[in-house]
Design a protein around this ligand. Structure first.
Ligand code: NAP
Ligand code: GFB
Length: 337
């Protein structure tokens, strides 16, 4: 007699955000039972802040009592682009420390089998030999522009090791580079560069006004599409076996300049008007190239089809199309009149 697989409940904190929506999309679109698809006996719960404020320990406990997760993907965070990080360093530090401590401790108390938390390449030291890799997280202070958020995130790796050393908990983390995709935060003041530029190009086209890129356009970034990242999260949850973090990124040879991103967004939106740079605005960190050598070595190791990233321009076109189609309901930071 064949026994049915044990029931697994995967709780996704921050399930309504950019990365959470990417996960939902992949689970809905990959074949059931495939490497990145839903498995038999597996239930996914996607949380938003409406389910409770994760800064509040009692709210987190109530969520865990309600859903009884066996696995947790921890995405929830106070998230912002360079300019919001520069303005609100203490809030980014405190909110993220509280959210992370509550989610990790409650996962420990509830004997969660595996927890995967989400860091960011800003956790790395500002001054360190490139490329960034998983061994370099704690080798020096992060860039001053976002040290609040960076230290808050970096401590998750410290906690993961402490929970594992003292209690044997299977808590790990991933380090994605800059992410973009459908359902992003398109706020111009608070969001990241790619959704911010989409919003600016959309308004410039609609209103016949200039398109303004902040900074010099020269800094370099590695971008990962949220739907590719979602597959890598599912791989991490099911197949990655270390407590140390793993970088989830395209190759270090795939850095692009902010100007290249702006050109691609303008082309995808179909804006042909005046285009300029406001060099009074910060460039932030010039570059932070991260190696995906560990990821590719592990994910491609089992004689399976090598992992394929979506081509950058295709991913931009899909993201821009989503934004244009969903402008009225997207997170634009604009309060409807
Ligand atoms: P996002 O779109 O801003 O989503 C944030 C999510 O967290 C939302 O679901 C939000 O809920 C939830 N949340 C925020 N504060 C909360 C609170 N106090 N209590 C409960 N839920 C709360 O962010 P994202 O871009 O998907 O980021 C996901 C993860 O990736 C984060 O850990 C972030 O640090 C990391 N990351 C992001 C980037 C990037 O470029 N976006 C790059 C590297 C790493 P509501 O929807 O209800 O507000
Ligand atoms: O995505 P972004 O805000 O974050 O990109 P970071 C900032 C870069 O894009 C800077 C330029 O070089 C900006 O000068 N830029 C040009 C713009 N136009 C715009 C615009 O309209 N909006 C924005 N936001 N930037 C964040 C960190 O750094 O990256 C976070 O602050 C986090 O902590 C995140 O790690 C992934 O890559 O500079």
């Amino acid at each position: 007699m064949s026994s049915s697989p044990a029931k697994q409940v995967v709780l996704v904190t921050g399930g309504s955000g950019l990365v959470g929506q990417g996960l939902q999309w992949v689970l809905e679109n990959e074949p059931v039972g495939s490497r990145y698809g839903k498995l038999e006996g597996e239930e996914w719960v996607f949380l938003s802040s409406k389910d409770g404020d994760l800064k509040d320990a009692a709210a987190v406990e109530a969520i865990f009592q309600k859903y009884k997760p066996t696995h947790v993907i921890h995405l929830a965070a106070l998230v912002g682009g360079l300019f919001r990080n520069m303005r609100e360093k203490l809030t980014f530090l405190r909110d993220n420390l509280l959210i992370n401590d509550n989610v990790l401790e409650t996962s420990h108390q509830h004997k969660v089998t595996k927890l995967v938390s989400c860091l960011s390449t800003c956790v790395f030291p500002d001054k360190v030999e490139y490329p960034l890799d998983e061994t370099k997280v704690h080798l020096g202070p992060p860039h001053q522009s976002n040290f609040g958020y960076a230290h808050g995130k970096r401590l998750v790796d410290v906690q993961n090791h402490a929970y594992n050393d003292q209690f044997g908990d299977n808590f790990t983390s991933v380090i994605p580079t800059n992410i973009f995709g459908p359902g992003d935060n398109y706020s111009i003041e608070d969001g990241h560069v790619l959704p911010g530029l989409c919003h600016k190009a959309y308004l410039a086209k609609k209103n016949g006004t200039p398109f303004v890129v902040w900074g010099s356009g020269k800094p370099l970034r590695q971008f990962i599409y949220s739907r590719d990242l979602a597959k890598l999260f599912i791989w991490t949850l099911r197949e990655y076996e270390e407590i140390d973090p793993v970088i989830l990124s395209v190759g270090e040879d795939e850095e692009v300049s902010i100007k290249t991103v702006a050109d691609a967004v303008v082309k995808s939106i179909g804006f042909t008007g005046e285009y300029k740079f406001d060099t009074s605005k910060s460039d932030g960190q010039f570059r932070k190239p991260a190696s995906n050598e560990k990821l590719l070595r592990l994910i491609n190791s089992k004689g399976v089809e090598p992992f394929k990233f979506t081509p950058f321009e295709q991913a931009i076109d899909e993201s821009v199309a989503w934004f244009v189609e969903n402008y009225d309901t997207a997170r634009t930071g604009v309060i409807p009149q």
